[in-house]
Structure formats: C-alpha cells, structure tokens
Design a protein around this ligand. Structure first.
Ligand code: ACO
Length: 330
C-alpha cells in the first residue's frame, strides 16, 4: 500500500431550498408517475434551485462548511478545482467566482469538465498537484445546477436530475496511513452522443430553433448509458481495490455516483459489498452529477458512517464517457 500524499480534511454540502417530488413533476403535465420513477431509478424527490441560488452560491456554501471542518482559512487555499457540467457563465470558470465569494485570494481556480465523474477527477488532479509540490491545500468541489440544462418536456431525462453542491478540502498528508490509497480514471470519447447537449456550443450555436427544439439541453440514450455505467463502475471498483491491495472485506463503505439505484446495486454486487455497507441518497436528491459523491460523503460523515479509520471506496461514471474510482482512508 502506498503512503498517501493527500487526505480529506473537511467536507460540506449545500442543496437548494425547494424540494420537488415525483408527483410534482407529473403534475407539470408530463406523462410520468411516481411508481415508474421509483421503480426504474429509486428517485423520490430532488432539490431544484431558484434563480438566486446560483452554482456559485451553492458551491460557496458547501465550501465554507468544508473549510471550517478542515480548520482552513480562505488565504490557505492554494488551488480550487470545481467539477461541473453546468457553470454559471460560459466564460470565465465558475471556480473563480467561488474564489471571489470565499475570499481565497491566493488561490488558482479552474473548472474541470468530466460530467458525473467531475468531483472524482478533480480529487485526483488535486492529489497530483499536492504530489507534484505545487499545492498543499486544495478545495475540491463538485457542483451542478442541472435544472437549467434539462429539458422539462423530456420525461426520459428531466425526472432524473437535481441541483446541489458538495465540497472537500484536500491537504498534504504528514505521514501515517490516512488519505488517498489508490485512484483510477478513464475516458472513452467514442460514444459522446449517447449522453450530451447537441447544440449551444461551437458546432451548433444557440438559435431560436435550437431553443425551441430543446437541443441545447441534456439528451440521453438511457438504456445504452445504463449498460456502460454498470460495466465501467464495476471495472473502476476492481481497479481501485487492486491498486490499494485491498478486497471488498476491507471496505467500510462504498460511496458510488448516485444516478440510479439499480446501477448502485449492480456495482455493489459486483464488488461483493453488502447493502448495509453502501451509501444511497439518490432517493432524496436525484442525480446531481458531479455533486453526488461529495454530498454523499458529507452525509455519511454526519451520520457517523464514515469516521476516523474508515476505508471508503468511491466510484463514478458520467457523460464522455468518463469513469473512475478512489480508495480513501479517513
Ligand atoms: N416516466 C414514464 N415512462 C418513462 C419515463 C418516465 N419518466 N422515461 C422513460 N419512460 C418510458 C420509455 O419511453 C420507454 O417506453 P417504451 O418502452 O414505450 O419505449 C420505457 O419507459 C422504458 O424506457 P427505458 O429507457 O428502457 O427504461 P430503463 O429501465 O432503461 O430506465 C433510465 C431509464 C432510468 C434512464 C435508465 O436507463 C438509466 O438510469 N440510465 C443511466 C443513467 C445514467 O447513469 N446516466 C449517467 C450519468 S448522467 C451524467 O453524466 C450527466
């Protein structure tokens, strides 16, 4: 087992005030119902942001908690990495707006685009920055306001997603076995069109037609994505466990990306981790993409399911496709 170079010193999360149930969505005139959504996804409700709840404000709220828990002052943050697919502005990065909101005046800040793997990729980048000597303390955020990029007339996608932010502070490890024990990240860009926003970028800029057809919103071939998610999450858990020289028996908690409870169950079953050692909150938040894992981690700590000495396996999968995993000792 390698000696960790970075550990998670603090966590926090924030979700919008408004809770929207499956019945609320059906009441919007969509041909869907609570029974279908619960059976196929496990989702019962999600939090959706009001106009004043920006990605920046949610991310900053989560970050303040994480920094307080870590005992880190704004001036001590060297780098901010924000994993997101739904930035407040197309230019500049939302990370710099979060930097200004927090007063992290010394930091370098940038966004990272890896969709639902956004926090996990960002954590691996942060670990590398620490290992390379260019940072000691990195604020790693996963945050999304997916409600602004979802087509509210498309029942195939709109029922799945939610808004929220999770934040973690990664610090240089000073000896011991606490920290990131192994990591794994992969992408496959051959199948981008199974989960994407076809228009609104350079290839097909925004136009009245694009907006009328909702082609600037998320489109997904759900059944295909499902198969890839199950396969890739399984591979990711194997790789991170192998690299850490651990088995499922060593894992106190699996915190997988929260997209669909059936994908979570399949991932846990493949890894040989029983349900009582798997964290699930997709029923309350839906899929908040890059934010699912840091929100789940913060809740798991609040509930006492992750404590000092716990070994946690994280696995993510998202648009791109992108996927990856981490084993972390707390
Ligand atoms: N309500 C009622 N019926 C619906 C709904 C809905 N909200 N959505 C779809 N249906 C219908 C479909 O039209 C289809 O009808 P048909 O058979 O007449 O064509 C039927 O239900 C079955 O549809 P499937 O797509 O086969 O349903 P499936 O069991 O695959 O579940 C789901 C769909 C939930 C989307 C699932 O495929 C899934 O979770 N996919 C993966 C999602 C994911 O992991 N995304 C990756 C991360 S997201 C990111 O990176 C941003």
């Amino acid at each position: 087992m390698k000696r960790p170079v970075a550990y998670i010193a603090g966590t926090g999360h924030a979700v919008p005030r408004r809770v929207v149930t499956n019945d609320d969505i059906a009441a919007m005139g969509l041909d869907t119902n609570d029974a279908w959504i619960v059976e196929r996804t496990g989702i019962r409700q999600r939090h959706l942001a009001a106009p004043d709840e920006t990605l920046t404000s949610l991310a900053a709220q989560a970050s303040r908690q994480a920094m307080e828990q870590a005992g880190v002052l704004p001036g001590e943050i060297d780098v901010i990495v924000l994993g997101t697919a739904s930035p407040d502005h197309l230019l500049p990065a939302t990370a710099v707006e979060v930097q200004a909101a927090l007063g992290c005046s010394r930091a370098a800040a940038f966004d990272l685009g890896a969709a639902c793997s956004g926090w996990l990729y960002s954590a691996i980048v942060a670990e590398s920055l620490i290992a390379g000597g260019s940072a000691d303390t990195v604020l790693v955020i996963g945050a999304e306001k997916l409600s602004s990029i979802v087509n509210w007339k498309d029942r195939n996608t709109c029922v799945l997603f939610g808004d929220g932010a999770g934040a973690t502070v990664l610090r240089r490890a000073r000896g011991g076995h606490r920290g990131i024990l192994s990591s794994y990240m992969r992408s496959d860009g051959a199948l981008t069109q199974l989960l994407w926003r076809p228009a609104g970028g350079n290839v097909e800029p925004l136009s009245p037609e694009v907006m009328a057809e909702g082609r600037h919103c998320i489109q997904m071939a759900g059944r295909e994505v499902f198969k890839h998610a199950v396969r890739s999450m399984a591979e990711a858990t194997d790789r991170a466990l192998d690299a850490a020289r651990l088995t499922a028996n060593d894992i106190d908690l699996l915190i997988p990306h929260q997209a669909n409870v059936r994908i979570i169950d399949a991932t846990a079953k493949h890894a040989g981790i029983p349900p009582e050692r798997v964290f699930v909150n997709v029923d309350r938040y839906g899929n908040t993409s890059a934010a699912t894992i840091p929100i789940a981690l913060n809740e798991a700590i609040q509930q006492g399911r992750v404590k000092e000495g716990s070994t946690v396996l994280f696995a993510a999968f998202g648009a791109g496709f992108t996927w990856g995993s981490l084993v972390v000792r707390f």
